[in-house]
Design a protein around this ligand. Sequence first.
Ligand SMILES: Cc1ncc(COP(=O)(O)O)c(C=O)c1O
Length: 453
Amino acid sequence: MTPHVVPDPQAGAAVKAADRAHVFHSWSAQGLIDPLAVAGAEGSYFWDYDGNRYLDFTSGLVYTNIGYQHPKVVAAIQEQAGKLATFAPAFAVDVRSEAARLIAERTPGDLNKIFFTNGGAEAVENAVRMARLHTGRHKVLSAFRSYHGATSTAINLTGDPRRWASDTGSAGVVRFWAPFLYRSPFYAETEEQECARALAHLEDTIAFEGPGTIAAIILETVPGTAGIMTPPPGYLAGVREICDRYGIVFVLDEVMAGFGRTGTWFAAEHFDVVPDLLTFAKGVNSGYVPLGGVAISEKIAATFETRPYPGGLTYSGHPLACAAAVATIHVMEDEKVVENAARIGETVLGPGLRALAERHPSVGEVRGMGVFWALDLVKNRETREPLVPYNASGEANAPMAAFAAAAKKNGLWPFVNMNRTHAVPACNVTDAEIAEGLAALDAALTIADEHTV
Ligand SMILES: Cc1ncc(COP(=O)(O)O)c(C=O)c1O
């Protein structure tokens, strides 16, 4: 359990004051935010300077897959810092080679080469660049209801409103609707219909865009931030088949879904598909040191065997980040973290969330797997009207804000996006921690219920 923490509000106030004076935060109106000053974290918990402790049902930004401060990973980073803190990417470095080997051995199929980046967006940028060079084509198809990162191409591929302000940058991005039965864009009533119609829609999009112009289709294997929509059986295999038919590169973005989150090393395993390129980040080393990358198939790697790849990063395969990845993967193997995520999803978290849905009219749908779950909150179960409108802010978002405040009051830090809360704890979360989180969610959903009609 968490060590005894002595509250120190004065220190907290100083941290907060310096933050407010000098830190410019992501995605925020700087004058309207009030960031919590964090004093420390361990395992599934973090705490502030006032003596409040929170169970983290967000895993940071869905990345601390082995929880905070795992002693073995912290020690590996310290050891690497003492041995070789950094080295340029053009050289072969033991810990970089080993991280690449361990990752390649766990990715599906023949994704045997690893290009390292500093995070997920850069992985997406480079996957798209590889696909364009490999095919000699320019267009890239991505799904509405997606998130692929905040750099120029990645934000343009993104389907959520964070793209809108930056929508100018990437020629050739074409968006389509991926399957999501609960809010079906295809008026489907069954998973089979949704799958067939989504594939037909994708084929039509390709036909009208010109198959010979399309370099890649990028999909999150299980879309994360956009709502944790597990694709229906056959959908990803169908996309694979379409890509093969038209010579299109299939990119699966596993930045969020990868490294144990869905109860397998990579979510693609659930669907028996092998992409041509797979992007990863976050869980690869639980974010202890920034790291991401692209796992590359033999076919695409061959394109760059004698032709230089025109892309690179000063910190590609940074030794501290790679040491953290090697240690994290060993911890995940030794402590059966992936198996734990699968078991928790099947026997504790999934059933627990479904039981909450039975009691709370504000829960429209429970969906997910492993430690990757969404509660779709609604005003009314019949109409499925979301509890707050799409991209709501201020007063319009008050029901979700009240829900989040109630969760925090009960010691749970919830992941909230639009009308959804996601239950995305660490992959090594315990049964007792899940029980604690479900109890806090139960109380907070009572507040959400007040906004149902
Ligand atoms: C699926 C997916 N792709 C890409 C990214 C971008 O990763 P990063 O924030 O490390 O650039 C994210 C981040 O949440 C993500 O969820």
